[in-house]
Design a protein around this ligand. Structure first.
Ligand SMILES: NC(=O)c1ccc[n+]([C@@H]2O[C@H](COP(=O)([O-])OP(=O)(O)OC[C@H]3O[C@@H](n4cnc5c(N)ncnc54)[C@H](OP(=O)(O)O)[C@@H]3O)[C@@H](O)[C@H]2O)c1
Length: 285
């Protein structure tokens, strides 16, 4: 199986390095193409560098499109004559719908490039959203497919993505909230604990670095405790916050004052997500 990655930016580079380092793909099976080929020069030891997106697309069974939304349409139109109905196209962008991705691949009215004899009537497309925790092989990677993706394609894709952590399948309409929960969540968690650590600093002489490490280790251990012992958040609160005790004073503040902030957070991020999707879709009009 040959896997091609178009776009060697933040995501494309990370996927390529993970697929190679995990031993899943050797140099001949991993193909790369990008707009600025000089950025890929170090990768030629472990991947095959293609001269063009079309060269990559015509030689790959799976093509990952690690592109910003405004570059996506152009590349889809460029490669549509170089793929077959067996090629699995994987978009790393969550905002552009399957409908628009399919439309850019199917619309051959303005085609001037190389075309296959009989262009496919349907395309197999998946969307993949890795999280930043992929850097430590603990991504919660989101995955969704259009109706043409076969179970064999799904298996191949999951076998690749598992090298970065867990894979979570969602329907297209849940990809937005899914992204909030795993892709944005590291930022939400970091900002909440940043606020907590800054508040703690007002009341202690423990050095900042040590405070951060204490909180981080406790945070990781709390998550592991919950997963290992199948505990809910409320279980942990009940376990630690004895009635009338010190912890309960703090958890009461969180339950009284934080719900409104959490609601506003999701209202704002979901609205921003909707506007971003509208802007991305507009590139496809
Ligand atoms: N970053 C994240 O944490 C994250 C997480 C999940 C999903 N995503 C999604 O992943 C996608 C890629 O994001 P990114 O952060 O990797 O973006 P990025 O760092 O800007 O990388 C995009 C890459 O695409 C290349 N490119 C642009 N036009 C091209 C073309 N016509 N042919 C070939 N290559 C082309 C760019 O080349 P140059 O080097 O010349 O600019 C660049 O290397 C986005 O849709 C984003 O929404 C990102």
């Amino acid at each position: 199986m040959k896997v091609g990655i178009i776009g060697f930016g933040s995501m494309g580079k990370m996927l390529a390095e993970k697929f190679s380092a995990s031993g899943l793909l050797d140099r001949d099976s991993l193909l790369l193409a990008s707009r600025s080929p000089e950025k890929m020069k170090d990768a030629k030891k472990w991947a095959t560098l293609c001269k063009s997106n079309t060269e990559l697309a015509s030689s790959s069974d799976i093509v990952f499109l690690c592109l910003r939304p405004f570059d996506l349409k152009g590349v889809l139109e460029e490669i549509r004559g170089s793929i077959t109905e067996d090629t699995l196209i994987v978009s790393l962008n969550g905002s552009v719908s399957f409908t628009n991705l399919e439309k850019s691949l199917s619309d051959t009215s303005e085609d001037v490039g190389v075309t296959t004899d009989t262009p496919p009537s349907q395309y197999k497309i998946a969307k993949v959203i890795p999280s930043v925790t992929a850097e430590v092989d603990r991504s919660q990677t989101l995955l969704c497919y259009n109706d043409h993706v076969t179970s064999s394609d799904k298996g191949n894709l999951k076998r690749l993505l598992i090298c970065m952590g867990n894979v979570i399948e969602l329907p297209e309409e849940e990809l937005g909230m899914g992204s909030e929960l795993v892709s944005c969540m590291p930022g939400f968690i970091a900002s909440v604990f940043d606020v907590i650590v800054k508040a703690a600093k007002e009341h202690t002489k423990i050095p900042h670095d040590q405070v951060v490490r204490m909180v981080l280790q406790t945070m990781i251990a709390t998550g592991e405790l919950m997963l290992e012992k199948s505990m809910s958040f409320e279980d942990v609160v009940t376990r630690v916050a004895t009635p009338g005790g010190i912890t309960e004073e703090g958890t009461k503040v969180v339950y009284e004052q934080f719900p409104e902030t959490a609601q506003v957070l999701f209202e704002k991020t979901l609205l921003k997500r909707k506007l971003t999707a509208e802007k991305a879709q507009a590139q496809f009009e």
